[in-house]
Design a protein around this ligand. Structure first.
Ligand code: GDP
Ligand code: GDP
Length: 438
């Protein structure tokens, strides 16, 4: 069974990071942080009263552009509502309610998981006057805490753990014997067409099995001796009118499906090109560690070599952060090229499961040391001493270094590029970690 997830949401400066640092295990390095469109999130392991869970710090929302700010607050709440088992919504007891809090609260009232309203910065537990106004957020009783001093956090964790024990077990895609594939994309991209195509061609055996979570119905398809579970995104039963809720639920469902998938097929409507939502979903899948195949659909009606080139260029540019994902152009309508999707899924799944031996990694590292480049900061020169693969699904490589704190994004990207050149990691994200070793 996979661990339960607890999301910590709230606007900037209310004390989310302080709170997470207090609750997460002391030696907890950030489990992973992904660059790309959604890097504003980190995962931390935590434990209370014998219950282990993962905390998601939805962290730094980019300030500045007002629209972008509103969007990221909403996304944060979307994600939380979809992704986790309990939401801790942190507000600032010193400043009181503001419009952003109200915006988040509005989204969270729709969530179908429990929400605990955490009023932080109540440094004097004997003075609770300021917490009452938070009843106006419509999220029940406020929980006063001081993340700084640790007061109130024990009671809050007791309640959190109680709720987690009542939450449904989390689906663990890696515990299944079928390859779990989510077909994701905007309404009308061709998800149901491709699902039908994949489950009917090859006279495969199709069986519907009730999903383990809530509203999902999955389809198991057998193809050339292997089982694939097509994880339903329920986008098929969309309403025709485009309103906010259709978008909202479509997005939430996609994220839920991604959560249960090992491989994501990102369906892009070739006639429309890549949309912001495609990009966002790709970022989310990458962050969750899913392998990915990008499917350019409706290729039959993308007219001319130039238009095709334009779509490919746009995808390459805007999905650069998942440049490991193979791209295939198909027509779900005529069936052209769709048989090759199986091959792509298998390849991405192989990358996702890939395991590189420690000796191979350290031979590779010796080469980087001799012929590659390193970085420095002031008097500190980074020395990579040793590398080992510490996880699969997706692969995680841990580097032991003298000064892990000076590693930059660029350097990490450089190492990732070198890894990909030497080993077969097609279709899968790679997590890179650094640990200190003097
Ligand atoms: P985030 O942006 O929500 O992650 O907020 P931070 O954790 O970075 O905290 C923002 C500021 O609030 C920092 O200066 C913290 O020291 C301060 N802060 C956080 N928790 C408390 C608290 O319980 N009491 C007081 N007085 N300050 C706090
Ligand atoms: P979904 O909303 O993502 O499940 O998309 P559907 O599979 O329902 O497809 C939406 C519309 O696009 C339908 O009218 C399909 O017939 C059409 N469509 C899907 N794939 C293709 C394709 O490859 N070529 C063309 N020309 N139309 C397609």
């Amino acid at each position: 069974m996979a661990k339960h997830l607890v999301a910590v949401v709230g606007r900037p400066n209310v004390g989310k990071s302080t709170f997470v640092n207090r609750i997460a295990q002391a030696d907890d390095a950030i489990v992973h942080s992904m660059r790309g469109v959604t890097r504003d999130r980190s995962y931390h392991e935590a434990d209370w009263n014998g219950e282990s869970f993962t905390l998601i710090d939805t962290g730094g929302i980019e300030m500045g552009d007002e629209d972008a700010f509103q969007t990221s607050i909403r996304n944060q709440a979307f994600t939380a509502a979809n992704e986790c088992d309990v939401i801790l919504f942190v507000v600032d007891g010193k400043t009181g309610i503001n419009a952003d809090d109200e915006e988040v609260a509005r989204s969270l009232r729709k969530a179908n998981v429990p929400v605990l309203l955490v009023v932080n910065k109540i440094d004097d537990p004997n003075n609770l006057d300021s917490i009452y106004e938070f009843y106006n957020l419509g999220l029940g009783d406020p929980w006063p805490v001081s993340a700084l001093h640790g007061t109130g956090t024990g009671d809050l964790l007791d309640e959190t753990v109680k709720l987690l024990r009542e939450a449904p077990e989390r689906f663990d895609p890696n515990a299944e014997d079928a390859i779990n594939v989510a077909i994701i994309g905007r309404p009308n991209a061709g998800k149901s067409s491709i699902t039908n195509m994949l489950s009917q061609n090859d006279r495969s055996i199709v069986s519907d099995v009730a999903g383990t979570t809530r509203d999902a119905i999955d389809t198991v398809v057998h193809h050339e001796g292997k089982a694939y579970r097509l994880v339903d995104t329920a986008g098929l039963r969309r309403k025709s009118q485009i309103d906010e809720d259709v978008e909202y639920y479509g997005f939430v469902r996609s994220m839920r499906a991604i959560d249960r998938a090992q491989v994501v097929l990102l369906m892009v409507d070739g006639t429309l090109g890549l949309t912001d939502q495609d990009q966002r979903i790709a970022g989310f899948a990458a962050e969750r560690g899913c392998a990915m195949v990008i499917v350019l659909n409706k290729w039959d009606i993308v007219e001319g070599a130039e238009a095709k080139e334009r779509v490919r260029d746009q995808v390459a540019e805007r999905l650069q952060f998942v440049s490991y994902a193979p791209v295939i152009a198909v027509s779900a309508l005529t069936g052209k090229n769709t048989h090759r999707i199986w091959e792509m899924i298998d390849k991405a799944y192989a990358g996702y499961n890939a395991r590189v031996s420690t000796s191979a990694l350290n031979n590779w590292l010796a080469e980087i040391r001799d012929f590659g480049h390193s970085i420095s900061q002031g008097k500190k020169l980074l020395k990579l001493k040793y590398a080992t693969q510490t996880a699969t699904c997706p692969p995680q490589i841990t580097f032991f270094a003298n000064h892990p704190e000076i590693v930059t994004d660029n350097y990490e990207r450089y190492l990732e590029g070198r890894l990909r050149r030497s080993f077969e990691f097609t279709g899968t994200p790679i997590r890179i970690k650094f640990k200190r070793k003097d």
